[in-house]
Design a protein around this ligand. Structure first.
Ligand code: ADP
Ligand code: ASP
Ligand code: MG
Length: 406
């Protein structure tokens, strides 16, 4: 039997009927080359953004369950249209929602986590000779609620299905040829990265490289599924392979990622023994469904304790009202800074020694770019810098660590 190949197409590949037609042709070519195909699709073009905007007409704090009902409509349209286009070309195709494809999630609306995949219907349809088109970005909870997997989550649907179906490879098609060393919207013609380890890709994605969802990489790691990032508009061109890479050479900055809007929150505990503020500020954020990261609290000088965390604007549907409520609730015990963006350097080994961190700090100092925080993990150096100078900082870092003269 032919091997299963999962192909995922993002919104830019499906922007209009001509795009859907071109995707149908490409799917048929891959099938004819000897694969059983599962095509996972995103909503057409900017459909998801449009749906979010429509909800905003009514409220800044939409019910998250209803957001999921709303947003999954986008992928339902594109999956049905692709199946119709495939059938019109004489191929046998069937579309399935995430729920029909057996994608079971927890019940965290708008940012659900896949907990299990039961791809019985997908397998059956493949066995019957169908091309199976699955609506990405969506699943169903144990209580039969429709859920979504976070913005860009069709990547996760595709890779998780590939892993569940033991597909050797998962092709992720977008409007760029692979993963670049920096965001092409900021750096002109950045170099393409030919291959990345799972960990490097996950760190890049978590730091804001939009081309692949971080949770998708997690699923690829489980069974060693190879992810091949390719360009829908140049499908023959070599993109980026994401796999288990052994024997890495010397530490180098593989890529730079930015996130242009993040909110930095500082919280102050007057009495280090009490932990009251620490507890209640984090619990408060959680109760307002705010997605918070990089939480750190420590004792400073004197008796007090200072803490910080950051809140990315992306995907935090209740951010404005939640920040206002937080300010009201905690008053002077917290400071909210909204003038920063995040810039990250990613690469295996770059925090083993701190030459990269020191060079980064010096570069910011040299150009008088203000910073809000520095944070390192084993593969990443992240810093918050003044938002207006984020793109400039990204260019400076690219030239210093990656560009031809680096
Ligand atoms: P899709 O709609 O196909 O899922 P996305 O818009 O989510 O595609 O991701 C592709 C986009 O990601 C590119 O158009 C590019 O602007 C952006 N991007 C950001 N960082 C990177 C990077 N390091 N490499 C490639 N693309 C990147
Ligand atoms: N349509 C969803 C989004 O825009 C999911 C995806 O594109 O992967 O976020
Ligand atoms: Mg995407």
């Amino acid at each position: 039997m032919n091997p299963v190949l999962v192909m995922k197409f993002g919104g830019s590949s499906l922007a209009d009927p001509a795009g859907i037609g071109a995707v149908a042709d490409l799917v048929i070519r891959r099938r004819d080359a000897g694969h059983r195909i599962v095509a996972v699709v995103s909503a057409m073009g900017k459909t998801t953004d449009g749906l979010i905007e429509q909800s905003r007409v009514f409220t800044a704090e939409p019910d998250l369950r209803e957001m999921d009902m709303l947003l999954t409509a986008g992928e339902r349209v594109s999956s049905a249209l692709l199946a119709i286009a495939l059938n019109a070309r004489g191929a046998k195709a069937v579309s399935l929602t995430g729920s029909q494809a057996g994608i079971i999630t927890d019940d965290s609306h708008t940012n659900a986590r896949i907990v299990e995949i039961r791809p019985y219907r997908v397998r059956r349809a493949l066995d019957e000779g169908h091309i199976v088109v699955v609506g990405g970005f969506q699943g169903v909870s144990f209580t039969k609620e429709v859920t979504t997997l976070g913005r860009g989550g069709s990547d996760t649907s595709a890779v998780a299905l590939a892993s569940a179906l033991d597909a050797a490879e998962c092709e992720i098609y977008s409007d760029v040829t692979g993963v670049f060393a920096a965001d092409p919207r900021i750096i002109k013609d950045p170099v393409r990265i030919a291959a990345l380890s799972y960990q490097e890709m996950q760190e890049l994605a978590e730091a804001g490289a939009k081309v692949l969802h971080p949770k998708a990489v997690e699923f690829a790691k489980l069974k060693g599924t190879v992810i091949n990032c390719k360009n829908t508009f140049a499908p023959e061109a070599e993109g980026t392979l994401i796999a288990n890479l052994e024997g890495r050479v010397k530490p180098r900055v593989a890529g730079i990622a930015t996130e242009d809007k993040v909110v930095l929150v500082h919280a102050y505990e007057q009495n280090a023994g009490s932990l009251d503020t620490v507890e209640s500020v984090v619990a408060f954020a959680e109760s307002r469904s705010l997605r918070v990261k990089q939480i750190a609290f420590h004792r400073g000088r004197g008796d007090g304790m200072v803490g910080s965390f950051i809140i990315p604007e992306k995907e935090n549907y209740h951010l404005g009202p939640a920040l206002a409520a937080m300010k009201e609730r905690f008053g002077d015990a917290i400071d909210i800074h909204e003038r920063f963006g995040a810039l990250s350097l990613v690469g295996a080994g770059i925090t083993e020694r701190h030459d990269f961190l020191i060079a980064a700090i010096r570069l910011l100092k040299e150009h008088g770019i203000g910073a809000g925080s520095f944070h390192t993990t084993s593969f990443r150096i992240s810093m918050l810098v003044e938002r207006e100078r984020l793109a400039e900082a990204a260019r400076l870092f690219y030239e210093r660590f990656i560009g031809p003269d680096a």
